[in-house]
Design a protein around this ligand. Structure first.
Ligand code: PLP
Length: 334
């Protein structure tokens, strides 16, 4: 299949390995990890797979500036800020929330990477598309050309990131002589999940894709999927196989593990993070992967994953978001 413009930014392919000690101790389906936190140290995580396509598009349009948005600890904004520095693009971030007295985690990295940052209070954040459009005009008056990337780079361009990750997974599965019954991911802005659903069909992986929501509900992700896939089909009609049929696809989202809210997790999630760190040296984050992994373990015990033999968990990154939440871990003294 022909692909749209793409930059080589991530370290690929990422490793895939079974969680041997965890499975030996707890039984149940075999858990495999796709290590997408290893796409790069500073650009760690899932966003760079999408940004390979998004930033290629920005360069193709002759842009010298990138505007994007997200939470104060957004992994997407951090990956964009770092990649901007690498590509010689100015990055301007619109972050939801107050400016903290001391920047930590992803935010610290944004500053170090030289991004311009505007903080927009929670109550005004719904206006971020207009704020971005105003910024774009201001850059244009100064003779710059600014490209806007929506939250999480989840749109019809970024969708390619996890469609193409499925080509990589196809080779992984052949190498390990294993087809997981289920591919599990955290879902936030929907692009990873949607890409996996489309890629799973397009590359005929033969798995199911199950996503654990960290913010919005199941209906929101269903709607987001339809919108992005429709736009993708229209925009890339020339590239797609003629017999492609994605109309029957729909995402499968579990929204019962969101807990207290976006970016906030219950004590059980922090316990799971600590357990996996000491048992496997696997570091999950409290915003995305820790919640999804915890949900997956629950569903393996008494839910829709009970009958699976092999389950693949996509580690989508998030490590730097662990540090700003350090007070939620109960550490043994001494
Ligand atoms: C953004 C993010 C996700 C969710 O991916 P979406 O494509 O936005 O749904 C999952 N895990 C981590 C660590 C992320 O940063």
């Amino acid at each position: 299949m022909k692909l749209p413009p793409r930059l080589k930014l991530a370290s690929l392919p990422t490793p895939l390995r079974p969680l041997a000690r965890f499975s030996a101790e707890f039984g149940g389906p075999r858990i495999w990890i796709k290590h997408d936190e290893l796409t790069g140290t500073e650009i760690s995580g899932n966003k760079v797979r999408k940004l390979e396509f998004t930033l290629a598009q920005a360069l193709a349009e002759g842009c010298d500036t990138i505007i994007t948005c997200g939470g104060v600890q957004s992994n997407h904004c951090r990956a964009t800020a770092v990649l901007g520095a690498r590509l010689g693009l100015q990055v301007h971030l619109i972050l939801r929330g107050e400016r903290p007295a001391t920047p930590d985690g992803n935010l610290l990295m944004n500053y170090l990477a030289g991004a311009s940052i505007d903080f927009v209070p929670e109550r005004d954040y719904h206006r971020h598309p207009e704020i971005a459009a105003d910024l774009q005009q201001a850059y244009s008056r100064n003779g710059n050309r600014a490209f806007f990337i929506p939250i999480g780079a989840s749109d019809e361009i970024g969708l390619w990131g996890y469609i193409e990750a499925c080509a990589e997974l196809k080779r992984d599965f052949a190498e390990h002589a294993m087809t997981p019954d289920c591919i599990v991911t955290a879902t936030g802005s929907g692009g990873t999940q949607s890409g996996l659903v489309v890629g799973n069909a397009l590359h005929q992986l033969g798995s199911q894709v199950l996503a654990f929501a960290v913010c919005d509900d199941e209906a929101w992700f269903a709607e987001k999927f339809q919108t992005d896939v429709r736009r993708w089909q229209l925009r890339y009609a020339d590239l797609l196989p003629e017999d492609l049929n994605v109309d029957s696809l729909s995402p499968r989202t579990l929204d019962s593990y969101i807990g207290p809210g976006y970016g906030r997790a219950g004590a059980e999630v922090f316990e799971t993070i600590a357990l996996m760190a000491r048992m496997e040296g696997l570091f999950l984050d409290p915003v995305y992967t820790g919640k999804a992994f915890h949900g997956m373990l629950q569903e393996m015990q008494h839910g829709c994953l009970q009958d699976a033999d092999n389950v693949l968990f996509v580690h989508t990154g998030g490590l730097y978001g662990l540090f700003p939440q350090k007070e939620n871990f109960i550490l043994a003294a001494g």
